[in-house]
Design a protein around this ligand. Structure first.
Ligand code: CP3
Length: 381
């Protein structure tokens, strides 16, 4: 499927941005940087705007979602915006009872514990998440990319396991024991649940990419709770299914043509087709990196528990990586943070390309000035 000619990738606005080219495997002179959870509670302008509006209502208000997405881009000068939304938005749009409880996270009205619960939930056709229901998402993305200009927007969705972890537990949990029990005691119900979640997330992500996002990230935040064997057998096929909804999105660009000898006149170019880049991220997933790449991502996001050179080695040295500043160091004295960031960048050099990020989200009590200083520091290197 070819993107609309007005899409920021197809029109050329973002096609040669540092972040898109790094995701496509081309090492950049200046390391591109953005932060997971850069939009949100660390910013006073966010806290002010959110007063009186629930999290999920804010996500579904296109003007508000767009403004919140833009706040950290304006303030920090990061290389990309990350769309302000949540992994449970497709559940909400499909009619599932879900709230985000401040300080806790997603809470599911009717936890999905048995095969009968799975059958009831999956009787909701994922195609119910049609263009009409996704309109607030497409509108928010459209408004945002119109403001962002040459700065790419990253779209995202939750991976099926992370969504299932909330659906089965009913809320946040430490080791996702109930979810893992269901996975083994009823593999059929489990895979029906994951495939259903994959289709919802896939449609949610596709809507963002078609409306103007220049890259997509699948968040499997809790996949680190799984063994490699369980992940590969019981989870990865559904993550691949989620990614397959957006795997075929392509656009055309005019790129320098090395094959044609330069004569007089403008340097020769040739039309090339490129894929919309896809990132796959999880926390505590050092053992799963290669399997996460195999699920159909171009880039693997790495958390702070494994150094990037080792992560790259596990990926065969051929896969662009994203990460992995330890978020805890954002509150450390600047020289400590600076040394850590230099180490992360040095280790990232062993991958074909590197996009700097945190190993997980920005902690809510982070001093935003630190993030601004960090971006300026990296861009000046
Ligand atoms: O800046 C960004 O990264 C963009 C927006 C974003 C949010 N959630 C906004 C949000 C993204 C990419 C997410 C994804 C998300 N949501 C994940 C995967 C990423 C990760 O952090 O691992 C997960 C697991 C969720 C589920 C969820 N939603 C959690 C765990 C929480 C935090 C609960 C809390 O209060 O600590 C939320 C709520 C949420 N999502 C907030 C934000 C800014 C906080 C809402 C608030 O302001 O109260």
């Amino acid at each position: 499927h070819t993107l609309d000619a007005r899409h920021p990738l197809a029109s050329g606005l973002t096609a040669n941005s540092r972040i898109v080219r790094a995701y496509q495997g081309e090492r950049q002179a200046v390391t591109p940087v953005w932060f997971m959870r850069q939009a949100g509670r660390s910013l006073p302008e966010y806290r002010e705007l959110r007063v009186g509006t629930s999290m999920l209502d804010a996500c579904l208000d296109p003007a508000m979602a767009s403004e919140i997405t833009l706040q950290p881009v304006r303030r920090h000068g990061v290389d990309a915006g990350i769309f302000f939304s949540d992994i449970v938005i497709p559940l909400r749009l499909a009619g599932v009872g879900v709230e985000i409880v401040p300080g806790t996270g997603p809470v599911i009205a009717k936890p999905v514990r048995t095969a009968a619960d799975v059958a009831e939930l999956t009787s909701i056709d994922p195609q119910a998440l049609d263009a009409e229901r996704l309109a607030p998402i497409a509108e928010a993305v459209g408004r945002t990319v119109a403001e962002l200009g040459e700065t790419p927007l990253i779209g995202f969705a939750g991976a099926p396991f992370t969504l299932a972890a909330y659906l089965v537990e009913g809320g946040p949990s430490k080791d996702h024991v109930r979810a893992r029990t269901l996975m083994h005691s009823d593999p059929q119900a489990w895979s029906a649940l994951l495939d259903w979640a994959a289709d919802l997330s896939g449609r949610f992500l596709r809507a963002q990419l078609e409306a103007g996002a220049s890259a997509g990230q699948l968040f499997d935040s809790w996949a680190g709770a799984l063994s490699l064997e369980d992940y590969a057998r019981r989870v990865a096929p559904s993550s691949a299914r989620a990614l397959s909804h957006v795997r075929g999105l392509v656009y055309e660009v005019e790129a320098p043509d090395a094959a044609t000898p330069a004569a007089d006149g403008p340097p020769p170019t040739r039309t090339t087709t490129r894929n919309v880049p896809l990132v796959h991220f999880g926390v505590g997933t050092g053992e799963l990196l290669a399997a996460m790449h195999d699920a159909g991502a171009d880039v693997v996001g790495v958390d702070y528990r494994i150094p990037l050179d080792e992560a790259s080695r596990r990926l065969g040295g051929l896969v662009p990586v994203q990460g992995n500043i330890d978020p805890a160091l954002l509150a450390a004295p600047w020289p400590v943070l600076e040394a850590h960031v230099l180490d992360v960048i040095a280790r990232g050099a062993s991958a074909p390309a590197h996009v700097l990020n945190l190993g997980h989200g920005v902690p809510p009590d982070t001093d935003p000035e630190v993030l601004t200083r960090l971006v300026a520091f990296v861009h000046a290197l």
